[in-house]
Design a protein around this ligand. Structure first.
Ligand code: PAF
Length: 279
């Protein structure tokens, strides 16, 4: 496994392999966990070579405090990646990714008006900036993203369309801790007690799925918010049931429309997101 820090080294390291087969790409911000590793392992089975990038992208943080406390664990990340079959780790500095400030403004229309887009202004623009740059640097055939960040995945697919990129976006299942908590780098910031209580988020989502159709959409939304908030460690920022295509709120249950319930909740100071498919 090769660790490279510049675009030139990255592209040199991929020249030969590009002639032989496909390149799979897993963009990350590091602090790797089993969720990331499952993306990398899947990419390894589907490509000639896999590149993982580790870059904590400043332009996608709307809260400077959040950027500062984001976990950075390069050494253990590299150890974990060694065991996956990953060929190249791209670990650029900020100047390598942004030699000039990126002033591009993407427009994802209604995909970004709700949920994360509403509560983290500018977040998806930053994600699109960095992912489009990383795509241009790595030039992968396939890129792998977790379904935990459901709205991010929709934004990336839209960006690929807007920019006419010939890259297949591969959605990958959410990986969970034994208690059901969705794997996230931010889980590292939870105390053991918070981590235990954070499992209440997914427990509630599972119970909500069983109530689908029995009560109205808005009643179910209110029930989820109330039930999660009953745990003294948790505070819901939003819970919305949306169609899983355009991510627009649904008003009624309709068997022909696939719906997903998306939640963001604070556990102490740590903001967690999760979702559940209702179909
Ligand atoms: O999902 C993430 O970790 C980040 O948003 C990504 C896609 C690596 C872009 O910085």
């Amino acid at each position: 496994m090769l660790l490279v820090k510049t675009v030139e080294e990255l592209q040199n390291s991929l020249k030969k392999v590009r002639e032989l087969g496909t390149i799979g790409f897993v963009p990350t911000m590091g602090a790797l966990h089993r969720g990331h590793l499952s993306l990398v392992k899947r990419a390894v089975t589907e490509n000639m070579a896999v590149v993982v990038s580790i870059f904590v992208n400043p332009t996608q943080f709307n809260d400077p405090g959040d950027l500062e406390k984001y976990p950075r664990t390069l050494e253990s990340d590299l150890k974990l990646l060694e065991q996956t079959g990953c060929k190249v780790v791209f670990y650029p500095g900020a100047k390598e990714v942004y030699p000039e400030p990126d002033t591009r403004q993407f427009n994802f229309g209604q995909l970004e008006t709700g949920m994360e887009g509403k509560h983290r202004p500018g977040h998806f623009n930053g994600v699109a900036q960095v992912v489009s740059k990383l795509f241009d640097m790595v030039k992968p055939h396939k890129a792998y993203f977790g379904l935990k960040d459901f709205q991010q995945l929709a934004i990336i697919k839209a960006m690929v369309k807007q920019l006419n990129l010939d890259i297949e976006i591969v959605p990958c299942e959410i990986v969970r801790e034994a208690n059901g908590l969705a794997m996230s780098s931010r889980n590292e910031l939870l105390t053991p007690e918070e981590r235990k209580n954070a499992a209440h988020i997914f427990d509630t989502l599972k119970k909500a799925k069983k109530q689908k159709g029995k009560i109205s959409v808005s009643e179910l939304e209110n029930w989820v918010i109330k039930t999660i908030n009953e745990n003294p460690f948790l505070e819901v920022e939003y819970f919305e049931i949306v169609d899983n295509n355009q991510l627009q709120p649904v008003n009624n249950w309709n068997e022909n429309i696939k719906t997903i319930g998306c939640v963001a909740a604070f556990c102490g100071n740590v903001r967690l997101i999760d979702n559940i498919c209702f179909n």
